[in-house]
Design a protein around this ligand. Structure first.
Ligand code: COA
Length: 161
């Protein structure tokens, strides 16, 4: 059974405007945007690393992520505006997915659209880790075809075989 208590959804939720969001590869020009999203309080609360990141650390991470053939870093765009990011990192034969939606773009289907598109682009096993209280991300992972395989210390471990 789904770990997420389903809440009733209206027509607007079921077909939010964010569903049209598309992915493009990130580049160094996205550094400031990704930095702001990474340090947003809700993003930090959902992350395993809750402390704010310093700019220099972020820039080094971005440069190495962009050069790494075992990573994908995408920016989601909706009508030409950046609305979120999806990251995929190859770990032990699987892609580990993580995602963030821009604070002003949350709640209209962007997260679901972007993560589902990323999952459709990747072949083979996928994994994602979602904190127990993060109901929207649980829904997003399920919509992208992942299912809970384990729950450890308040974290749900999702997989697509
Ligand atoms: C969590 C987050 C990614 C959600 O993105 P979003 O674009 O607002 O999500 P969506 O609008 O696509 O909603 C996804 C689903 O969750 C549902 N949902 C949203 N908020 C919810 C809530 N509080 N409780 C239950 N369901 C909720 C939506 O109705 C939707 O369901 P549906 O696809 O079945 O219609 C975004 O809030 C965010 O970036 N948060 C901070 C970082 C984070 O949590 N990253 C993920 C770490 S795993």
């Amino acid at each position: 059974m789904s770990p997420l208590a389903r809440r009733p959804l209206g027509g607007e939720d079921a077909d939010g405007p964010g569903r049209r969001a598309k992915l493009r590869p990130a580049d160094l020009h996205d550094a400031a945007l990704l930095f702001a999203w990474r340090n947003d309080p809700a993003t930090r609360a959902a992350s395993h690393h809750a402390a704010p990141l310093a700019w220099g650390t972020h820039l080094s991470w971005l440069q190495s992520a962009l050069a790494d053939p075992d990573r994908h870093l995408w920016i989601g765009e909706l009508e030409g505006r950046p609305v979120g990011t999806v990251r995929a990192e190859r770990c032990g034969g699987a892609w580990r997915l993580s995602w963030t939606v821009a604070p002003e773009a949350r709640g209209c289907g962007v997260g679901r659209a972007l993560v589902s598109r990323a999952a459709a682009r990747l072949t083979g096993p996928l994994r994602a880790e979602v904190k127990l209280g993060n109901l929207a991300s649980q829904r997003i992972a399920e919509a992208a075809g992942l299912a809970v395989r384990a729950e450890v210390d308040g974290v749900l471990y999702y997989e697509r075989a």
